[in-house]
Design a protein around this ligand. Sequence first.
Ligand code: SF4
Length: 644
Amino acid sequence: MSAPSKTLTLRQVFSSGGLLSRWHPAYEFRPGQLEMAEAVEEAIAHKRHLIVEAGTGTGKTLAYLVPAILSGKRIIISTGTKNLQEQLFFKDIPFLKQHLGEIRVCYMKGRSNYLCRQKLYEAEREPILSGLEEVSDFQIIREWEKTTQTGDRGEIRTLPDTSTAWGKLDARRELCSGQKCPQFERCFVTQMHQRAHESDIIIVNHHLFFADLAVKEDDFGGIIPEYAAVIFDEAHEIEDIAGQYFGISVSSYQVQDLERDIASLARRKNLGSSEMDTALATLRDRWERFFSAFGQQEGRSGFDAHEAFREKHHEEYQDALLTMEIVRLQLELLRDGEDEAAPLARRAGEIGARLKLWMDGGDRRYVYWIERRARGVFLQATPIDVSQLLEQRLFETIDSAVLTSATLAVAGSFDFVSSRLGMRNARSLMVHSHFDYPSQALLYVPQHLPDPRGLAYTQQAAREIARILEASQGRAFVLCTSFQQMRLLHDAVSFEIPYPVLLQGTGPKQALLEEFRETPNCVLFATSSFWQGVDVQGEQLSCVIIDKLPFAVPSDPVVNARVEMIRQEGGNPFYDYQIPQAAIALKQGFGRLIRSKLDRGVLALLDNRITRQRYGQVFFDSLPEYGFTTKFEDVERFFARGDL
Ligand code: SF4
């Protein structure tokens, strides 16, 4: 099949009666889609940056894919999740290939998604598996390895997300001996890189993109080949993800994983020695002592007492560094005879170096914080403001970046997101959804509830939720702004209603969503992870209830540092940061309801600050034109009407 014709114009593809309407009988001409496609084409051709908010249902995926393909240049498409990557690669691209001709395209995921052939073959000879479950998962993986072209675990639908056998066989960089590996030519990661070098369109996710950008800066060389432009879908997630990769992280899990991998190498290759055993036991002991010096408090908290800590816990700190260095030197001694020891030695060196950087704590551009979660301790440093980093490393370095999402603008302006991301001189475009929001969705804000910050709120909100669910006959998401609030509301409401109830955290996200779709009249209680990237079409989801305006809480150390920085620079953090950020989040949350032209439903916001405070107008100006009411009778009438 031949390559797409460069002479094809976007009008020929998208216009009324154009190619798309011939290829797809249900295709509907949307002027906004054509406008967006032309803006993307112009940005790539003239090496400019572009920011586009494209409401749900505008067809934004094709609006960026088609001009990217027709440009004839190498374009990176970066998505928010692996699911979206797969949707593009397995659904949208084949459709376009069918009609446009051959497209050289591939996807890239992080290395832990791919199988390491060398580890698999070694596992057949060495006893690394424990328990029947691991043995059974191993059989599945071994059979699949014989036929898979990609080595991407996403292909094995029967492998549980939590498979510990996979964790022992994946292609993480830390355990890879690279070109010295006997499987290097046949390696799935090598082949992924080769495919990327031969492709015009490369589909990645934001995590891989920013991990690559951060590594490129460190001069280790990135993995994504040179490209002419990058298009970020779900671009509202960029700030937080970039922050993770430009930060510093040292965790108890990193130390445990290192220790486990060294022990496994020693076992497999018969390299065990009493010196190594002693060094690993001491490493474990000293790092446990070091991490316990940070206290036992669960959750995230800021940390700025580096000097006092270094003085008080000098011995624990030095012991941690020293034991890591001893292990590194022992691995260095092994590396001449054993290739796999080299990446482990490098990893030990990196953990020690990162700890020194974190303990130094002197860089005012970072916020230093600690998180204790389950049994893990995480020492983190996050850039308070990623705008300069992104400006220098991304927007000033590449010719063209396109940012798109259904939620980027605040009250019709892109100033907030542009300044948070350091994207200057970009053209902007707003493409409105062509859904009929005033008749499809009713926004209900009850006025009788107390201030959501007060003690009386939860009980009354629970009563209101039960009343709304009665009217909607379940079929609802109750989206909460905190785990604590989610549990309280769930406990108060679930026994009051005659509908099946699901609670976030009681199963994997996709499994819960599947159950929600298949269970009539189901109600799901969830928090932020269900506010985005969740798509339930049809009457199964007829109501979205949100407890509070989703302001980022200053008790979070990263939010607190951002708020403080704005204050120090003379700004007003509430108006300059918290309100715009919450307006985007609210738009995301409510965006779960109307996913097609046939969807109808009620959005309930149990926080009447939106109608009582002056800043509430910013939220109204940012949301689509939903119908609006403060009266419960209107909600009942809405549900009684139509075929809900
Ligand atoms: S090159 Fe690395 S990832 Fe690939 S098979 Fe060999 S050890 Fe595994």
